[in-house]
Design a protein around this ligand. Structure first.
Ligand SMILES: [Zn+2]
Length: 324
């Protein structure tokens, strides 16, 4: 076989997604392995190398077919050195030389990037970005991640911390505490965790009846999906939570767009699966706060790649790095 592949790796706290991806962005094969956090994370890169080798054998593929590895990692990354600066849940000590470690284990060139930035590159290359070179990607999951692409390149910032959209302050006074140590970050409102928190607060305050209250009573808890489902069915309390989330998200996104005027802002992550009900409501608020020529030119869209965004973006990263 003369096809050349990249390996895209999306490193997560519990599972690592790996894919072989062709030069033009087609996933040839994808699989997952558990992330082994034990022993200060010393097995993580060797496990990835081993798994890649096993998969090449299994597919009867030639080792020479694989020309490089891109990897998204959950934390701030120094893009030049491939050092991951601090990671809460992978066992590594601060400033772990991830690129060096994976290169040693695989004998292949490796590029590392923050996982939210990888997802943004993936959406730009093969997803909702549809080739747009100026793109902002916001991942609404357990937390809120962000990636800013300007002229086809990730905006890194002086310390690799650009695009931390989840930690833009949405509520300057009296906001809920965020994992980053601040209070009132967008993440405390627009993440799945934030939406559930807001819904629980609303239920406690005035939620004795309605669909969401009934779900809460029968299940003992609710999810962000419950909130969107109930809002779709007309539940007033759920609609109020949705309005609240959409206001803050639309307002923050409008200000980002007023600064960057990207071609598209792509909403991804589990929360974005709510689809139109969220997008429509966020768009209304976005349009209220966007500068008029920004409003006319920056489009909001829902991500299309789902869980594949990270591995595709990682492959794009190494492709770009090798000038291919
Ligand atoms: Zn924060």
């Amino acid at each position: 076989m003369s096809d050349q592949w990249f390996a895209g790796v999306d490193l997560g706290g519990t599972t690592t997604k790996i894919a072989f991806i062709s030069m033009n962005g087609v996933i040839v094969h994808k699989w997952e392995i558990p992330t082994d956090n034990s022993n200060e994370g010393q097995n993580i890169t060797s496990n990835i190398a081993k798994s890649i080798n096993e998969k090449l054998n299994e597919l009867g593929a030639n080792r020479e077919q694989l020309i490089g590895i891109g990897m998204g990692a959950p934390g701030p990354v120094d893009y030049e050195t491939g050092i991951i600066l601090n990671v809460v849940n992978l066992g590594w000590k601060d400033n772990y030389p991830l690129k060096e470690s994976l290169e040693a284990a695989t004998s292949l060139p490796v590029v590392i990037e923050n996982d939210a930035n990888c997802a943004a590159l993936g959406e730009m290359w093969q997803g909702a970005g549809n080739g747009a070179k100026d793109l902002v990607c916001v991942t609404l999951g357990t937390g809120v991640g962000g990636g800013v692409i300007a002229n086809g390149n990730i905006v890194q910032g002086v310390n690799g911390a650009a695009g931390e959209i989840g930690h833009i302050t949405a509520i300057p006074f009296g906001g809920a505490p965020c994992n980053c140590g601040k209070t009132g970050c967008l993440e405390t409102i627009a993440s799945a965790t934030g939406i559930v928190r807001l819904a629980n607060e609303a239920l406690l305050k005035d939620g004795s009846n309605g669909e969401l209250a009934e779900k809460h009573a029968s299940n003992g808890n609710i999810t962000a999906k419950d909130v969107f489902d109930s809002a779709r069915n007309g539940d007033l309390l759920a609609k109020k939570v949705l309005d609240d989330v959409s206001f803050h998200l639309g307002y923050v996104l409008a200000n980002i767009a007023n600064t960057l005027n990207p071609e598209k802002i792509v909403l991804g992550g589990g929360v974005s699966k709510a689809g139109d009900i969220l997008l429509k409501s966020v768009r209304e608020n976005f349009e209220k706060y966007a500068f008029s020529s920004v409003k006319d030119s920056t489009k909001l869209a829902v991500a299309t790649l789902g869980n594949d965004a990270g591995v595709l973006g990682a492959a794009y990263l190494i492709k770009n790095n090798l000038n291919l």
